[in-house]
Design a protein around this ligand. Sequence first.
Ligand SMILES: Cc1cc2nc3c(=O)[nH]c(=O)nc-3n(C[C@H](O)[C@H](O)[C@H](O)COP(=O)(O)OP(=O)(O)OC[C@H]3O[C@@H](n4cnc5c(N)ncnc54)[C@H](O)[C@@H]3O)c2cc1C
Ligand code: FES
Length: 360
Amino acid sequence: MSRFYPLTVASVAKNTRDAVVVTFDVPPSLEPAFRFRPGQYLTLRTTVNGEELRRSYSICAAPGDGHLRVAIKRLNDGAFSTWANAELERGDVLEVMPPDGHFTVDFDPAAQRHYVAFAVGSGITPILSLVKAALETEPDSRFTLFYGNRSSSAVLFREEIEDLKNRFMARFSLIHIMSREQLDIDLFNGRLDGAKVRELLGSWLQPSSIDYAFVCGPQDMTESVIAALQENGVPKSQIKFELFGSPPGPRALRTGRDAPQAPGAQTCELTIVQDGVTRTITIEKNKDSLVDSALAHGIELPYSCKGGVCSTCRCKVVQGEVDMDANFALEDYEVARGFILSCQSFPVSDTLTIDFDQET
Ligand SMILES: Cc1cc2nc3c(=O)[nH]c(=O)nc-3n(C[C@H](O)[C@H](O)[C@H](O)COP(=O)(O)OP(=O)(O)OC[C@H]3O[C@@H](n4cnc5c(N)ncnc54)[C@H](O)[C@@H]3O)c2cc1C
Ligand code: FES
């Protein structure tokens, strides 16, 4: 269900100097709605200084942990993260959308796999969930984590990750990569990016041993690491990624498009299927995205980043055609099946039906 639920903050704990871990109280009546798969995220909504803010935060717990929590790292001038680090307190109520996202795999107790993850900074949050779930669910699988940070003081969940290492000593390898702190092994100094991954694949890690690779961090890091993995023979279908940073540009409110004008009529009959309800509206073709067009008609579709990054606005085109400006979230097979990001999509055909209830 694409709606927000009010959840009370059970605790706010400092994890590093500029990151807090926020744990929510989930009342029994909402437990089914907030069941999650490892690697999924929550969309949080609040109002700061009169402005509504929505942001996505990955769940940094495994499904078996018995709690729902996220870690929010403060960014310079970041509206939500600064507010959460400075003001959010136990007992506050946030609007929270149920878990979403496809940065995950189906863990199988009978599997015998080698998972490898590349995380930078706060990109560790979904990876922590995946590491725990993999090691706890699959007794014959192993996990190698490359975790990039400036220095050890910036490492999120340092103790928790060390505990995991001690608990799963034979199956969990942890390699820190530091950009501003000298480590003994030269290979582990510098930035965790595509160039570093090429070096690692040439010496430390056999690409052929990787069953699934998870990559999480800002856009440039994610793209370059994926390219390095593919160049070294890791198939795209075995690489999962989650982008944290919005690419520049889409933050700006759209007032029109530069793209070529859609053919035919200037308007489109848009039919929206959402939570079992069907509604039809007439929208302009070359003006706003589907999300913004629907909002202008008083219909709230699910969204968070509006930048093509988070996939909260994912839906399926059942009839008609759209033009999607940016896609940093959907995988090729999803696009082939007709899924789109409605915050980035504009109607091309004169009639269009989009469905938010279809999962596959
Ligand atoms: C699926 C997903 C999961 C995520 N999980 C996490 C997580 O677990 N932990 C986490 O910390 N983050 C996570 N993020 C990132 C998070 O959603 C936010 O993007 C992040 O916290 C920044 O939000 P903000 O409101 O603080 O910053 P914003 O106000 O959105 O600003 C973002 C950046 O842009 C800069 N900026 C602000 N205004 C402008 C402007 N006008 N022009 C140019 N630049 C500007 C700011 O300085 C800041 O550095 C995730 C994102 C996604 C998509
Ligand atoms: S709202 Fe984030 S991708 Fe559309």
